[in-house]
Design a protein around this ligand. Structure first.
Ligand code: CA
Length: 470
């Protein structure tokens, strides 16, 4: 039995057919199938007030959304990079199934799976309109659109180019990679591209239609360049700012492949930590700009919700919000994603399903964004697509404390992390390992792999590693 069929048998065994009744209620009471508002955020980590009111990044609008439905406090991407994470969500296949592991040429999913039926495409095939704008698919090849062409996934889609600064960078670097606009950060006085996204999505909401709609809103922030309008920065006074805790020699107990992952694009960490704190190019300044860019993304979520509420369709709209992966902000000597640690993989994830989710509910079971595809089909009452890797989360929407399986993350072939309620187990392609106890080590400072007292619990986690990889 491969991992996929094992997961399926487990899901059926554990959850039975518990989901059927609530879904039927939703569909029937609606009179027609519900709309879906699908909100994607780029590179937003868990250092926000959604996870803890004491966290420094203020996300009141995402908190407001969570109050309407269920917040998954332990949600994980399939892969900590834009393209493989989004490919997994939108095709339903883990990187180990699709062979799409990274943002490079090998991640061109449409070459490996030209006939993949994407999530919006599946909705269209079943009578929905599918529209969207901004970064839904990875922006690199297609500006957020289906790289095979709009017509494969959408009735209408607005491609958008991430923000570009004309003229001098704000971070003060005049040479080297950090002088490239893609790595810039600072106050941005021009219109943000996410405002164009919002305007387009708003216009889609206003259009008259007979069919139910799958509507995708792809927010580019907080992804680099870390830009936000000046007024947002006022919420994050530089003198009151904190940096993530950083343990000296944190990587000493990390295997070589883990250190290599942490040091991908190491020039950001190396350059920013060499600058004095009050320099525009310092780590502290960069983190302030990330916070502001994440705050700006939250404002976009607020505008989308307010707009939806004006249409009168909120009660018949499933809202799903996710970020494609997390982000390191100097912790683990890293200022990017691309690692198998908690900070690069732990993401905001909320589902609001009228008639199914209880307002203000919370699920603490580890779940994967790979589960979005079957979950949405389940919620709107469409037939399941049988070959996808995830399992519907509707049973957890009904009973958030029920038994569930761990979440799986992959960074490059052969490198995986398994996250259970309490533990994170990492195994790299050379067989080296890490193991962390989240009940007392949320920043993953102490690698427990190799200690005999954990051998049995590590063995339990190993069972969830993929048994075959494309
Ligand atoms: Ca991303």
């Amino acid at each position: 039995m491969n991992r996929r069929s094992f997961l399926k048998s487990l899901a059926v065994g554990v959850v039975g057919l518990a989901s059927t009744s609530c879904v039927t209620t939703l569909v029937k009471s609606a009179g027609k199938r519900p709309d879906v508002l699908f909100i994607a955020i780029d590179d937003m980590n868990d250092w926000t007030t959604l996870f803890n009111p004491k966290n420094p990044i203020k996300t009141p609008n995402i908190v407001r959304l969570a109050r309407r439905g269920m917040f998954f406090s332990k949600a994980y991407c399939a892969a900590p990079a834009c393209n493989p994470s989004r490919t997994a969500i939108l095709t339903g296949y883990q990187p180990t199934t699709s062979g799409c592991y990274d943002n490079g040429d090998g991640g061109q999913w449409w070459k490996k799976m030209p006939d993949a039926v994407t999530l919006p495409q599946y909705f269209r095939n079943h009578g929905y309109l599918a529209k969207g704008a901004g970064k839904i698919f990875h922006h690199g090849w297609s500006m957020g659109d289906d790289p095979r062409g709009t017509e494969h996934s959408w009735d209408d889609f607005q491609k958008l180019v991430p923000p570009r600064r004309v003229g001098k960078n704000h971070n003060g670097y005049t040479s080297g990679p950090l002088s490239d606009v893609e790595y810039d950060w600072g106050e941005h006085e021009e219109k943000m591209v996410d405002e164009d996204m919002f305007e387009k999505v708003s216009s889609f909401m206003e259009q008259k239609r007979d069919k139910a709609m799958f509507l995708a809103a792809g927010i580019f922030k907080p992804h680099l360049p870390f830009y936000a309008p000046p007024e947002v920065f006022k919420k994050y006074p530089f003198d009151e700012m904190q940096l993530p805790p950083m343990k000296k020699n944190d990587l000493d107990d990390v295997p070589a492949i883990g250190r290599e992952m942490a040091h991908r694009e190491h020039f950001i960490f190396a350059n920013t930590t060499a600058k004095p704190e009050n320099d525009p190019g310092s780590l502290k300044k960069m983190v302030q700009c990330y916070q502001s860019a994440a705050d700006f993304a939250d404002r976009m979520v607020g505008r989308l919700l307010d707009k939806l509420d004006t249409t009168g369709k909120t009660d018949n709209t499933i809202i799903i919000l996710w970020a494609d992966h997390g982000y390191h902000l100097g912790d683990k000597e890293s200022c990017v994603k691309f690692t198998l640690w908690e900070k690069a993989n732990h993401v905001p994830f909320i589902i609001v399903a009228p008639g199914v989710t209880k307002p203000g509910s919370r699920c603490d079971r580890p779940v994967g964004l790979i589960d979005i595809y079957p979950t949405l089909l389940d919620l709107v009452g469409l037939p399941q697509k049988k070959d996808v890797d995830g399992t519907s989360l509707v049973p957890l929407l009904k009973n958030p404390t029920q038994k569930w399986h761990p979440a799986l993350m992959t960074m490059g072939k052969g490198n995986h992390a398994v996250r259970s309620d309490r533990w994170r187990y990492i195994r790299y392609s050379d067989g080296s390992e890490e193991f962390y106890d989240h009940s007392k080590d949320s920043w993953e400072w102490t690698n427990l792999a190799g200690r005999p007292e954990y051998a049995q619990v590590i063995a339990e986690h190993k069972k969830w590693l993929p048994t075959s990889e494309k």
